[in-house]
Design a protein. Structure first.
Lengths: 202, 371
């Protein structure tokens, strides 16, 4: 059972639809009891970092997320769900994150391009990874104004180039993956990444 | 590399796709979900649905449409038309749309953009601006209600305003060019793009491959939208992208993530001892060319080579059609029938399908009823 962590923000429907299309049974995880039913977790997210952390705290979801990650449950963060896995963010106000990955979320700054970074960008792999099986040069759909900085270089497995910036695309550590783009909105290639995540055996 | 987006637009009325010329004289074209799926397969980067349903009662059809689209199509899509309140926005997003576009309602009530962006995020608020050149030719005014009302608001002023309010993108339609197929309004798009910090989707007037090229080559937009061009099959999204790519405009190449095992698993090979009757049809004319038999092995070769391969029952061997005659069949599409035991190959036939030299094997008329 795949758990989609529901903290009241964002559009969960597209992740649900993608999992349905991949014939994976899924449910919304709204409290710590729900987590017990899931052997794989997805943290989606749209919105502002601080608001989402606040929602996770209010709904008492932080401890179950950390426990699941400690228990080696395969975990995927998407977009803001990726950013929340980092140590901290500057969006609106300084805010601590879940701290699974080392690094800090900062506003993208590059006068040569428009911010937010919206649209399809080529994903460049820096490492072979089970998430990328059967994929060669996928294009993926991004929508964001903030990105990860000061991260561990070896945890970055794919990036995109936007203006003069190297935009971190995917991080990986043990059984945790985190994508800045939206695999559930990145066509058949995005679905393939989700499928590969679902196929991961710890 | 960040890419330029190609966005087919579907005008929807009472759940059906229509496209008008200058918004007058609407003509029915087809089922929105089927059409949307076709564009998805062709490599569309996004889709826009404009709901032009007049009556309020019929507007629930658009939510149902969103749900159906979201279940089948895994690229972003925007819904616009008749969205007036935060409740309307919520309903459309809840049904699975990624963005809403706000047009007349935002002009009448700019706070709708601000509130929408605050509640749902800028990324899902698209400001749709319909622009018409002033009679004095010194700029453009914002027009609303399908172009019937001139608001006398300057387009560039309004662009700055919607950005401040928190819009995430601008869908810019030239009412002077819309439906004319003479090309995008490059002067308008350039003027707007120069002052915009958020992406611009150019709309109105696209009629050919070069029009797409021009709007990107002149750095007039981040995305280009077209409707009738795609609906009537004059161009496919893939053709547009192949052309742009050839002319060095960066576009997303959709590499189909094709899983042969998944495809094979859908076909009932058991029912007919491992051989599946396969109807072969001309992709363009739809003429039936021949009937042959497909085995698991032959289908693997067909998919790998992109050329039709069958199982010959007379020779008991795999038969790559055209290998000896040169009359290859290039595969455009493979379909499966309702009970999973018959295939339809849609092909581009080289020379002729029949060994007699006839284009179709079915050249003999056995029985005919005169009208």
């Amino acid at each position: 059972m795949i758990g989609i962590i529901d903290y009241g923000a964002g559009n969960l429907k597209s992740v649900q639809n993608a999992l349905t299309r991949l014939h994976a049974s899924h449910m919304l995880c709204e409290n710590k009891e729900d987590f017990k039913l899931c052997d794989r977790l997805i943290l989606p997210g749209v919105g502002a970092f601080a608001d989402c952390m606040e929602q996770l705290r209010k709904r008492e979801l932080i401890a179950p997320i950390q426990a699941a990650i400690a228990a080696k449950v395969p975990f995927l963060g998407i977009c803001l769900g990726m950013q929340l896995l980092f140590e901290s963010s500057d969006e609106i106000r300084h805010c601590e994150g879940l701290g699974i990955f080392k690094g800090h979320i900062k506003r993208m700054e590059d006068t040569s391009v428009k911010i937010p970074h919206i649209g399809w960008n080529e994903l460049v792999f820096t490492k072979e990874n089970s998430l990328f099986q059967t994929l060669k040069h996928p294009y993926v759909y991004y929508v964001h104004s903030y990105y990860a900085t000061s991260y561990e270089e070896h945890e970055l497995i794919a990036y995109s180039i936007y203006g003069n910036m190297k935009v971190p695309g995917v991080f990986h550590k043990d059984h945790v993956w985190a994508c800045q783009f939206h695999p559930e909105k990145s066509g058949e290639e995005g679905l393939m990444m989700l499928k590969n995540f679902l196929a991961f055996e710890g | 590399m960040h890419t330029k987006r190609i966005i087919p637009c579907l005008d929807v009325k009472d759940g059906k796709v229509v496209k008008g010329v200058n918004f007058v004289g609407l003509q029915e074209v087809g089922d929105p979900v089927a059409l949307a799926y076709e564009y998805y397969k062709q490599g569309a980067d996004e889709l826009v649905f404009l709901d032009i349903t007049a009556t309020h009662e019929a507007r629930d059809t658009i939510s149902e449409l969103c749900e159906r689209v979201a279940a089948e199509i895994f690229i972003p899509f925007t819904v616009g038309g008749g969205i007036r309140t935060i409740q309307d926005i919520k309903k459309i997003l809840r049904a699975g749309a990624d963005k809403v576009s706000l047009n007349s309602a935002a002009v009448k009530n700019p706070e709708l953009i601000r509130e929408g962006a605050e509640i749902f995020g800028s990324q899902c608020i698209v400001a749709a601006i319909d622009a018409k050149q002033r009679d004095t030719k010194d700029g453009w005014n914002v027009v609303i209600n399908g172009g019937r009302i001139d608001t006398v608001i300057d387009v560039l002023d309004w662009v700055k305003k919607v950005q401040e309010l928190g819009a995430g993108e601008i869908l810019l339609t030239s009412m002077d060019q819309d439906g004319r197929k003479q090309g995008f309004d490059l002067a308008l798009c350039c003027a707007v793009n120069q002052i915009a910090d958020i992406p611009i989707i150019a709309s109105g007037g696209c009629g050919s491959l070069t029009h797409f090229y021009d709007v990107f080559a002149q750095n007039a937009a981040d995305a280009a939208l077209a409707a009738s061009l795609f609906h009537y099959g004059e161009l496919s999204v893939k053709e547009v992208k192949d052309y742009l790519s050839y002319r060095n405009i960066p576009v997303r190449k959709s590499i189909s993530c094709f899983d042969i095992e998944e495809l094979l698993s859908k076909i009932d090979f058991q029912k007919q001892n491992g051989l599946i009757p396969t109807i072969v049809q001309d992709h363009m004319t739809k003429e039936v060319l021949m009937l042959a038999y497909t085995s698991i092995e032959s289908l693997k070769i067909t998919c790998k080579k992109g050329l039709a391969c069958y199982y010959s029952r007379s020779r008991n061997e795999l038969w790559l059609k055209g290998e000896t005659s040169g009359h290859y069949q290039k595969i455009k599409e493979i379909r499966l029938d309702c009970d999973h035991d018959t295939l339809l190959f849609s092909v581009i036939q080289t020379t002729a399908a029949c060994h007699t030299g006839a284009y179709s094997c079915f050249y003999q008329i056995l029985y005919q009823i005169e009208e």
